[in-house]
Design a protein around this ligand. Sequence first.
Ligand SMILES: NC(=O)c1ccc[n+]([C@@H]2O[C@H](COP(=O)([O-])OP(=O)(O)OC[C@H]3O[C@@H](n4cnc5c(N)ncnc54)[C@H](O)[C@@H]3O)[C@@H](O)[C@H]2O)c1
Length: 463
Amino acid sequence: MKNRRDFLKTSTVAALAAGNLPYWFSGASVQAYNFQAPNERLNIGSIGTGDRWKQVIPNAMNYCNVMAVCDVDAEHRGEGAGIVQKTPGQKGGEVRMYEDYRKILDRKDIDIVTIITPDHWHSKIAIEALRAGKDVYCEKPLTLTIDEGKQIIKAMEETKRVFQVGTQQRSEMSARSGDKTFPHQFLTAVAMVRLGRIGQVKKVTCDIGGAPTSGAIPKGDAPRHLNWDMWLGQAPLVDYRFQEGGGKWGQSRCHYEFRWWYEYSGGKMTDWGAHHVDIATWAIGMENSGPISVEGTAEHPVPFKDGHPTKDDQYNAAHKFDITVMYPNGVEMHVVSNSTDGNGILFEGTEGRLFVSRGALKGKPVEDLATNPLPDDAIANLYKGKKPGDHMRNFMECVKDRAQPISDVWTHHRSMTTCHLSNIAIRLGRKLNWDAEKQEIVGDPQAKLFQAREQRKGYEITG
Ligand SMILES: NC(=O)c1ccc[n+]([C@@H]2O[C@H](COP(=O)([O-])OP(=O)(O)OC[C@H]3O[C@@H](n4cnc5c(N)ncnc54)[C@H](O)[C@@H]3O)[C@@H](O)[C@H]2O)c1
């Protein structure tokens, strides 16, 4: 009898070989993707069990056994383990808890690692997980710097593992337009633009919203259940800061609120750019390439000098911005914190405009689909022959058939590069020229330094 590892090596989706039809038209696919048989059920080690974990892992438990949870906050890992133990079909008390993710990477019985930590930890854990032979599901934004993307790609090319980035807009969500519901509005929009339904694309506007600001946040002792040094990882060793107020999580430089500090994240630019800039880049056919220049204006909550914030006690990521990105195919992309259309993506071409967001797909070209629908295989072709609708399931199917999932590292790295360049441009307050072939900022040695970051001793990315 085949064991789980053998199955991973040999399983292919027989249905795909049967012809050009999307596999979900074939009964064989049901057989190929059996996630329930005990010898085919994969084991997950889950690293980072905070807010997002509670949205992602319940679905993953439909396909896998969560055998280990890891968090540098003992309260969060305890809560995570409790949820797993109470979930029917999981292995109850067998789930182990860890503070140090490397203990999970050492376990031979763990097939898959999920990384749902703050952004400044993603790349290091991902690279070590790949080298430990794990398949990886890692939340967006995958990287904190452009060079981290290159490092992950190098590790992918060496290890040939399966990697899904958590940009679920590529798989999920449905929106109404007139009297029609589109089950996959982002895929439909991407297919329409790529198939010329708005003519030649001229302009794309990604409205990703602004970020909150804060006043000075007081120093305090980190909670006893939190390993603050490990939470900081590669980032500089600084005081813990927290105060009640602001959003649900208070104001801090830690849980959830890390998004508004450049030391740990890229602000809204990467938080939501990872979604909308990603979809826009795919639609205009630049997902394996990149811009030629990036410039813009922004407001930051604190003054900046030489690209660095001059205060260390309050949020520092841009809260307002208006970026212009030029592509070699003539498309002009705007990444803005505010627009008349609201959060979403507006595509403008020589033959029409269409707007897509989490709640809408609209515009004359969308109405025209009633009389001139997309070809039957348009979505399937875009979705690499698999059935969209569930981002985690797409990853699990790829773990079985060893294909790369819909949110692959290579194309995600390209859209993140645009977001990172946007941040570098507004931090330094000048236009950047980009060589997409060499993946280097041209003619600006100071800006080029921002393609990477300093890594605190003991937490460097190696290899
Ligand atoms: N795809 C989406 O739509 C979506 C939505 C929300 C969040 N996210 C992403 O998910 C990630 C987590 O966001 P969140 O809101 O859950 O943050 P969070 O602060 O609530 O949770 C992160 C958890 O990671 C833990 N952690 C930090 N360093 C760690 C380490 N070295 N090892 C183990 N655990 C560590 C923290 O203690 C915390 O419990 C972010 O990258 C965020 O962008 C994606």
